[in-house]
Design a protein around this ligand. Structure first.
Ligand code: URA
Length: 434
């Protein structure tokens, strides 16, 4: 078999066989096929698309490019959750404890920030002492004892996805539904949970811009799960503005803690109750997702979810006093307001621009070597639908270095679209695919 022929076939609109897909994934993972040939193939896939069968074959090939995790020694049905990437998305930090408090074990591998989107591991590491590198034995023991563990993805889970993702990122081939579906599902299937709730983001801040496209993506991922005996529900949620008000690592942990204490933002709370309800349902502890949401709400109201967060943080070496007193988490020496240049109503907040502004302030990585400032980020004051007057505060910039403050301010101001007419509060959950 020759890589040239595979590229040629896809370039002319043909469907690749299972063997051809396996050949290029294996060859690329081993370093036998060069980046330039895989780049050409990715662009041909992007332009000519893959059908359902090819997408399933690609998912399987990527999943088997490395290790698969065996979670069978954890009691009960294990449920995972994955978001296709958002700004201000701190749901895992709340959802894990909420769902675990309902008796559903959560054994989760998470990632670091990518591009303008933040990563759960970076957020959790803003808690003093918190360790994300945990051996597989300790990971399994912790899930059995505490009900919840969140760790970094081991190097050898779906290694082909790491290479392919890096290449897609620089060849403008990220936003294809088959490539996204195979990327997400290969990792999730390799990570070993019995059921998966997918949060498929749609909108200007997401990789998929239209609701139809997001439903198509959700459906493909549900079908892939079905074909492999895993229950999958995809929830299509809006990313036309950041989730909640806080963007940046310790700021997001603080918002997650506030939400677990009943004080957080409405959109974040609503999303967690819905996603959590589905996880509890798939975990077999509720007869319907609605009943699952009731159980999750009880865990929130009774304080059981907050207690679970503390037990989880303690088990991974984190400083629990920072959870009890979030003002002890890393903060910022400089907190600067961003003032609105005009009066009107907030029509839109370009989430990726907010993510980039937070990165400029130190909350994300601009190069692989960048060191994250855990206290840096942005706290929005105005969200879509809010009225604003000229000179009123739109948001606060938090940073420990004033070097690029003006650049961050410009970016954030550019993210806000303000119009004269009233704007309705945008819908958060657009569709559920199962
Ligand atoms: N998230 C992933 O894990 N992969 C993609 O391709 C897009 C979002």
């Amino acid at each position: 078999m020759r890589m040239y022929d595979i590229i040629h076939k896809k370039r002319d609109g043909g469907a690749l066989t299972k063997e051809e897909i396996r050949f290029f994934v294996e060859g690329y993972t081993k370093g036998e096929i060069p980046d330039y040939q895989v780049s050409a193939l990715l662009m041909a896939i992007f332009l000519n698309k893959m059908d359902r069968r090819e997408t399933v074959d690609l998912t399987e090939a990527v999943m088997h490019s490395g290790d698969t995790v065996d979670l069978s020694s954890i009691n009960g049905l294990k449920v995972d959750k994955h978001s296709t990437g958002g700004v201000g998305d701190k749901t895992t930090i709340l959802l894990g404890p909420m769902v675990a408090a309902c008796g559903v074990p959560v054994a989760k591998m998470s990632g670091r920030g990518l591009g303008h989107t933040g990563g759960t591991l970076d957020k959790l590491e803003s808690i003093g002492g918190f360790m994300v590198e945990v051996s597989s034995e300790d990971f399994i023991r912790q899930v059995n004892e505490v009900g919840l563990a969140v760790i970094g993805q081991s190097k050898n889970i779906a290694p082909a996805d790491k290479k392919l993702y890096g290449l897609r990122d620089v060849t403008a081939t990220v936003d294809d539904v088959s490539l996204i579906a195979a990327s997400v599902m290969s990792k999730k299937l390799a990570a070993g949970s019995d059921a998966i709730v997918l949060d498929v983001k749609v909108g200007s801040g997401a990789f998929v811009k239209t609701i139809d496209g997001a439903i198509e993506l959700g459906q493909i991922m549900v079908d892939i799960g079905d074909g492999m005996g895993r229950a999958v529900i995809a929830v299509i949620t809006g990313m036309d503005q950041p989730l909640g008000y806080a963007v940046g690592n310790a700021l997001e942990v603080k918002e997650a803690i506030a939400t677990l204490r009943g004080e957080g933002p409405q959109d974040l709370r609503e999303l967690c109750l819905r996603l959590g309800g589905m996880m509890v349902y798939l975990g077999g502890k509720a007869k319907t997702p609605e009943e699952g949401s009731e159980l999750v709400l009880d865990a929130l109201r009774s304080g059981a979810a907050f207690e679970k967060l503390k037990a989880f943080v303690a088990a991974q070496g984190g400083d629990v006093s920072q959870i009890e007193s979030p003002e002890l988490l890393p903060g910022a020496k400089i907190i600067e307001p961003v003032l609105s240049l005009k009066s009107g109503h907030v029509a839109h907040i370009q989430s990726d621009e907010v993510g980039i502004s937070a990165t400029i302030l130190g909350a994300g990585r601009e190069t692989l070597e960048s060191v994250i400032d855990h206290g840096a980020g942005i706290v929005l004051v105005k969200k879509v639908g809010d009225a604003v007057k000229q000179g009123e505060v739109l948001a606060y910039l938090h940073t420990n270095s004033d070097q690029r403050l003006e650049e961050a301010r410009e970016r954030l101001l550019g993210a806000y679209e303000i119009q004269a007419e009233d704007v309705p509060v945008p819908k958060l959950i657009h569709a559920i695919v199962r």
